[in-house]
Design a protein around this ligand. Structure first.
Ligand code: FAD
Length: 455
């Protein structure tokens, strides 16, 4: 086995090893429940560094972990004794205003992408927390405020530059290596390391939106209204119901801080007066206990929850896809939602109808176009001493929702103990993905992920 030190000669970026002062920070990912000790973290500076890291890991029989934004709940971006290809230094975003496209490097975050696009009044569907990586999110599908108007993040992918398991660099699109391009759009990090994503952009600058906080006793009416409203809501509307303990913010009455609420989070990308009128209909169902609504930059809404979820929390999540938000499903939400244990934890019901349904079911590897909602129970808390109580809340909530849900859950919201659900989570494209995996990564070099094992 060649010494890891040879990597230092090969790459332009930094190779961080256990005796380096910044090792302890570099070895960790966003979820601090994951406490792994890789052999080296390679902060890749360019495509050649990524190639060198993949080749070193493969030829020396080392496990390879790939890290974009580092947000994977199972902590796929680190592993004991592994070589980590950390892409965080590769974070360029180039917007082409005229063609309404963007080139985004593999380690950029959604905050970087949204900020760069804002200047041009352009953007695409992305995550609702600014520190999440463009890489992992897009490859698993990509759900966000613009999904109803412009589809999933992966639906807006035009091409990708990929370092394959054998070290080759290829560019894939609908016309170039189309099988690979199909697989990248929902199949996760199984097929290579994407060093550049080319996205289609859409007009978005200042949206109208924010939060309405409703009392738990009004939650049934609000959820039923949301269900009816969202079925054919204007596509300018993207938003979701969530359970949340009220944080100490200026618009929350002091004596209500820490109380549970059903929050309707809204984003209207269109005429602001019309958006205000549409969102106002929720007020006619029940009187909000608190609210914060108004015009704001699109990147502001996409970073407004960041402070609730800093790096370093413990994470345990479960997810289900849902076709119909039935009264029985709502009853389960009413039982478990108000029991949300800490201010960081939440449950979101993301609508994925509208433009997500315009894309044919077999056009990408995202295999759950039948679903109208992707529901996530996101347990996030600061103190490891509370692990049992918090994971119990997630598990109990999930068990209550499962009978009213589809067979899978969104792969990007899955936890480490969901490896047995990969087929269900990936959905209808699974068997084709196995064949493509066999073609591009027969030795399963890229296996630290929601893994599709080669045929
Ligand atoms: P990482 O941990 O860096 O990557 C996860 C895996 O993705 C890697 O192990 C690798 O297999 C693969 N990967 C990452 N980058 C690359 C690349 N460039 N090339 C090849 N493979 C790569 N999802 C949504 O859809 N919408 C949301 O709004 C949303 N919000 C979230 C908020 C928080 C706080 C968190 C923790 C997660 C959220 N997610 C959301 C889920 C998110 O999509 C996944 O956690 C995703 O894996 C994060 O990508 P990352 O690059 O940050 O993670």
């Amino acid at each position: 086995m060649a010494s890891i030190a040879v990597l230092r000669e090969r790459v332009d970026g930094a190779v961080i090893m256990p005796d380096d002062p910044d090792y302890d920070d570099a070895r960790r990912v966003y979820n601090f429940m994951i406490d792994k000790y890789p052999a080296a973290v390679v902060r890749c500076a360019n495509v050649q560094d990524v190639q060198g890291t993949v080749e070193y890991a493969r030829t020396n029989g080392r496990e390879l972990a790939v890290r974009g934004g580092g947000h994977s709940v199972p902590g796929f971006g680190t592993a004991d004794d592994a070589i980590v290809a950390d892409l965080s230094m590769m974070n360029d975003v180039r917007i082409d205003h005229a063609s309404r496209t963007a080139h985004v490097s593999g380690g950029a975050t959604w905050g970087m992408f949204n900020d760069a696009g804002y200047v041009h009044g352009l953007g695409t569907t992305g995550g609702i927390i600014s520190t999440t990586g463009v890489g992992g999110l897009t490859l698993g599908g990509g759900i966000g405020y613009l999904a109803r108007s412009h589809g999933l993040s992966c639906d807006n992918l035009i091409s990708a530059q990929v370092v394959l398991a054998d070290g080759r660099v290829v560019t894939t699109s609908e016309t170039s290596l189309p099988d690979l391009f199909w697989a990248l759009r929902g199949g996760g990090g199984n097929f290579g390391i994407v060093t550049d994503f080319e996205f289609r952009l859409h007009p978005v600058r200042d949206i109208y939106g924010g939060l309405l906080l409703f009392e738990p006793e009004d939650a049934q009416d609000i959820l039923r209204y949301f269900r009816d409203f969202i079925a054919d809501a204007p596509r300018e509307y993207g938003g979701f119901p969530a359970w949340q303990l009220a944080p100490p913010l200026p618009f929350v009455p002091e004596d209500r801080v820490g109380d549970p609420f059903l929050v309707v989070v809204s984003c209207w990308n269109g005429d602001h007066e019309e958006g205000a009128r549409v969102i106002d209909r929720f007020r006619q169902i029940a009187k909000p206990a608190a609210e914060m609504l108004g015009p704001m930059p699109y990147p502001t809404l996409n970073s407004s929850f960041d402070a609730l979820v800093p790096r370093g929390l413990q994470h345990y999540w479960k997810a289900v896809f849902v076709e119909d938000l039935t009264d029985d499903a709502i009853a389960a939400h009413l039982t478990y939602g108000p029991r949300v244990p800490v201010v960081n934890s939440t449950m979101h019901i993301y609508p994925i109808n509208g433009a997500c349904h315009d894309v044919p079911a077999d056009a990408t590897a995202f295999g759950h176009r039948e679903a109208n909602y992707a529901c996530v129970i996101a347990g996030m808390w600061p103190d490891p001493a509370d692990n049992e109580a918090n994971t119990a809340w997630v598990r109990d909530y999930f068990a209550a929702l499962a009978p009213h849900s589809g067979s899978g859950g969104y792969t990007n919201f899955a936890s480490a103990d969901d490896q047995g659900r990969v087929r269900d989570n990936i959905g209808s494209g699974y068997d084709r993905l196995v064949q493509i995996k066999q073609q591009y990564d027969p030795d399963n070099v890229f296996h630290l992920n929601q893994n599709i094992t080669p045929a």
